[in-house]
Design a protein. Sequence first.
Length: 102
Amino acid sequence: MVSFRIDENILHIIGNIAIDAGNSFQHILQETHFKHAAILDLSLVDKWDSSSIQLLLAYRKKNEDNPPTFRGIPAQMKDDLALMGLTTLFVEDKHEENSPNR
């Protein structure tokens, strides 16, 4: 199951974002709006699949004028993104070391 927490422009995503939790994850992405570019903190995500990657890409496209950055991308997710040729679309936040989850 997925849950989330918002701190200013940071959306902390927690748990399972795979297809079996996809509706909840999709709802979170659709209903969360920020004044400035969002930072999606994935450091506490423990399960994903290609459908959840697709939802993240759709969120990025929806906000292409002010694209989100990512924080705490799990190492295995980075490997998956590299295999899919998507690494350059998931720009990491330069202030990651200031994350409260680190």
